[in-house]
Design a protein around this ligand. Structure first.
Ligand SMILES: *Cc1c(COP(=O)(O)O)cnc(C)c1O
Length: 396
């Protein structure tokens, strides 16, 4: 049996995306900036893709800028908002401790340039509190950047309320919505969002393409110097095949949003129920405000890497924190921010599902994970030490 349960790291490309991409690669080879028919043909396709992406977010096509990835969109939005702030003499930014590194590392860079950043704590469920956000606002606050959905624990932040507060205070609001777009309803108008980042490969489009939504009136400047592409804001010949594939994938995801959410939520809930029966297990995130597909657990006395390797041998692709921190032995900054001690954060497992998964996948995971956890504990000095202070839950 093979189960892919690492959809928060990346998703498989959909047939719809591939069907949009292949003919674009073969036939739509014109440069959209060229005036001849091949250029016009490519430009028309690009316009169509921009309309589709805008429509799915309830934005205007003029507010969509295609980028090379979600990371680029995050960098662009934050650096530009900071530049605009500095021009107005405002150099304070508010964010939180569980952002993706695309956001955190950009903020670190700004701190070195003299900006001040307040990182709101998240509570044990991974949510920021509006009252704490409001209290952190200063007269020189120029930007609030808070993610829509966390990639490790799936927590959905109160984006609409955060946006409303920022509007009231006249502060730009950016959200990294890479894990949200295509998975939960996102409406830039209703949600009061000024800038939003998305990435194609998290909703079945190919890797290497993303977009930044930037509300009209925000005086965005170019991020990449060069030609007049993306209304002069991002030089570089547009990646037409990838952009068309992303638009097709997004249209499909948004068209099936409700049914996909229902299907994935049912699988997630069964998974959480089953994994919760494992002794000394902790489900991370908020029980209510959570993404349909992201499940995060910590198992005491178990080492995350060993768990992943064993699951891989059993044909299950999962992850400990995020794909970006796997490979390093540091526990995830997100789990530590929840207040979990290092030794517990080390025993983390993230399973992320999408509509391509089935209940059989969930059943198989529920067959394997408890056994693997049990086996690893039998060999774990940490677990044996714990048994000196408690009854063995496997004996009762
Ligand atoms: C994947 C991810 C990113 C980065 O997107 P890329 O297109 O891979 O650069 C940023 N933020 C979050 C929350 C993500 O999950």
């Amino acid at each position: 049996m093979f189960v892919y349960a690492d959809n928060a790291a990346t998703t498989a490309m959909s047939k719809t995306a591939a069907d949009a991409m292949l003919p674009a690669m073969q036939e739509l080879y014109g440069n959209p900036s060229s005036l001849h028919q091949k250029g016009r043909e490519a430009n028309m396709a690009l316009l169509g893709a921009r309309e589709t992406v805008a429509h799915c977010l309830n934005a205007d096509p003029k507010e969509i800028y295609f980028t090379g990835c979600g990371t680029e969109a995050d960098n662009w939005a934050i650096l530009e908002a900071a530049r605009l702030g500095a021009e107005a003499g405002k150099k304070h930014i508010i964010s939180d401790t569980i952002e993706h590194h695309a956001v955190l590392h950009t903020l670190k860079k700004l701190e070195k340039q003299g900006f001040e950043v307040t990182y709101l704590p998240v509570h044990e469920n991974g949510l920021v509190r509006l009252g704490e956000l409001e209290a952190a606002v200063r007269p020189d606050t120029c930007l609030v950047t808070i993610m829509f959905c966390n990639n490790e624990i799936g927590t959905l932040q109160p984006v609409r309320e955060i946006g409303a507060l920022c509007r009231e205070k006249g502060i730009l609001f950016h959200t990294d919505a890479v894990q949200a777009v295509g998975h939960v309803p996102v409406d830039v108008q209703k949600d009061n969002i000024d800038m939003l980042s998305l990435s194609g490969h998290k909703f079945h489009a190919p890797k290497g393409v993303g977009a930044l939504y930037c509300k009209k009136g925000v005086k965005l400047k170019n991020f990449i110097e060069g030609g007049a592409q993306e209304r002069g804001r991002r030089g570089g010949t547009e990646a037409i095949p990838a952009i068309l594939a992303m638009a097709a994938a997004l249209r499909e995801s948004c068209g099936h949003l409700t049914e996909n959410m229902e299907k994935v939520t049912a699988m997630r809930d069964k998974l959480i129920d089953g994994l919760s029966k494992i002794p000394c297990a902790r489900c991370n995130g908020d029980p209510e405000h959570k993404a349909p597909g992201i499940v995060s657990f910590c198992f005491e006395g178990v080492e995350g890497e060993s768990l992943l390797l064993r699951l891989d041998l059993a044909g299950i692709c999962a992850s400990s924190g995020s794909a970006c921190t796997s490979g390093s032995l540091d526990p995830s900054h997100v789990l530590l921010a929840l207040g979990l001690p290092h030794e517990i954060a080390h025993g983390s497992l993230r399973l992320s599902l999408c509509e391509y998964n089935s209940m059989e996948d969930v059943d198989y995971i529920l067959e394997q994970v408890p056994e693997v956890v049990r086996t690893l504990r039998q060999m774990s000095p940490v677990w044996l030490h714990m048994l000196e202070h408690m009854d063995d839950p496997y004996q009762s």
